[in-house]
Design a protein around this ligand. Sequence first.
Ligand code: R5P
Length: 292
Amino acid sequence: MPEADEEGKRYEVGQPQLAPGFYLKGSHQLDWGMKNRLARVFDPASGRTVMLAIDHGYFQGPTTGLERIDLSIVPLLPACDALFCTRGILRSVIPAQCTKPMVLRASGGPSILREELSDEQIAMDMEDAVRLNAAGVGIQVFIGGDFETRSIHNMTKLVDAGLRYGMPVMGVTAVGKNMVRNAKYFRLACRMIAELGAQYVKTYYVEEGFETVTASCPVPIVMAGGKKLPELDALTMAYNAVQEGAAGVDMGRNIFQSEAPTAMIAAVHAVVHKNLKPAQAFEVFKSLKSKG
Ligand code: R5P
């Protein structure tokens, strides 16, 4: 085992990593099916995505805003680029005539009743993801958690299965209750997830040094929203994330817990795909909200 080395400092954030022949960082040497699935999630025009994350029930049950997905989320489907959900919700609630790409949560185990959430297992067969015409699968990776090695192993098994079927894997940096959320932690977690084979990574935004998290991760990063914030703050966070190198967002509570979710997802879309400044996007939000 090599001795631990110092973390590097030369991130060259102004010099984008090249992806000759394809528009997504780190994806240009993948196979056709994998690229095609990625192109369903990440808009080829902007290179970015607005994924709507509604998988929270897989460990915490009927989360605020997700009590009735048929009523609160189905009307939002036309406004997202992709939905991140469980296969249970997909089969039971999402209309099969919906042509939006579906990214399926593929890990699970402990509930919110347990102290340690990192004790997860793979919770879905890759064959089922193919059967469901998924555009990708997502899995938690608990770097620094009690079950770190297991969660990494879950992800690498899923990546191997994904490579067999051309199914991209989104590795999600799951931050334990007692872990520091800073750029140093996310650089480590995102880089490990990419090095071990995930085709893209979902992580949280940090105000200091987020551009070093995206620069040192060789595959696209999408930003998770986290706890509900005032709308302008959430739009500012999404704006900063994409300006600092994220390839979009996979946001949940800041959209479906907003007082006007349809207006909020439209404002997030403008920030992500049109580089609209937060204040302008907030005006879009207020104007759409007032129209009901
Ligand atoms: C991830 O682990 C969760 O299950 C959600 O997908 C993720 O946290 C994104 O949702 P939110 O924007 O509400 O944090």
